[in-house]
Design a protein around this ligand. Sequence first.
Ligand code: NI
Length: 392
Amino acid sequence: MTLDNDFARLADFEPMKAELTGIRQHLHANPELSFEEAETARFVAEKLEAWGYEVTRNVGGHGVVARLTVGPGTKSIAIRADMDALPITEQTGRPYASKITGKMHACGHDGHTTMLLGAAQYLARTRRFSGTVNLIFQPAEEAGELSGAQAMIKDGLFERFPFDVIFGLHNHPGAPEGTLLLRSGPLMAAADTVEITITGKGGHASRPHLTIDPVVVACNLVVSLQSVVSRSIDPTQTAVVTVGAIHAGEAANVIPESAKMLLSVRSFDPKVRSLLQERIRKLSASVAEGYGASIKIDYGHGHPVVVNSEKETEFARMVAEELVGADKVSICGLIPGSEDFSHFLEHKPGSFLRLGNGLDSAILHSAKYDFADESLTVGAAMWARLTERYLA
Ligand code: NI
């Protein structure tokens, strides 16, 4: 039988509070954008090496993987934190605000990195587990289509650092500090961007019969696309198709040669996502064909849906409830934003959690946003206890 105090508790992290706050504020003052995280990676790697981890640098760019095996256990867990900042000029007025105009930790990745470092230090000191822990410090989460998670996978993450399950978290403005939110199944959306170019035949506005008018085709297509979600998607599912831009023509008396449309397509289910793509492609092609126009569709795939596996999510929920109490653990609603952690979850079971950043926290990617340092010890303790529990 195991006792509660065989595993990391919040009280174990209280003495580390000042140190973790110092690390977080240091990272906050020195933000680095996606693909530029050289100093952050060096800072992280040097600490991990000093604590006795086997550290591999430059995994998929500036990625750092720290590995520690204790005892004869054969299980292996991975925990990921992201390290990059955003091209925003900070307006918080904090004493530790960004030193660099136009760069800012406006998504709390400074906090995510610090919490994983806190867990790393604790786990290396206490060594109360049997198996292997892999700490993944990922670059370029904010980079869009070819982001850090994909770069690390491409650089052999799964083969070079084998693990059974993976966990990660993001801070969550609007939930009380130190609370944890979990959701089994889909959590965050896939966000795809589609560029449609309609090519007709330009000419004089007074002689439309000699042209193929791409403006008429585009307008019909906007109306037709409204039927994709309403007529093709299961009403118990959720999806969005938004035509955010139409560009065509310059003058009242000229029928233009072509029209361009930009769509944002969001979904929470991989099957819904591929059905949306199929319907948008077919409908666009047939509408254009009906008017004698030609069409080119660039379907840009953003990150996939974040789909949390049930077993690992329930495991994390149990650990969270032990750590902070059931009253501070809740079910997370669907989040329409996207996150590149989804790429890891396409290959490995695991769960992406959310950690409250305060009810009055500014929203993510805002110039007034700041990570809540009060949550640092909760996140660090959560990773430590989750590791100890999984590798018990
Ligand atoms: Ni983020």
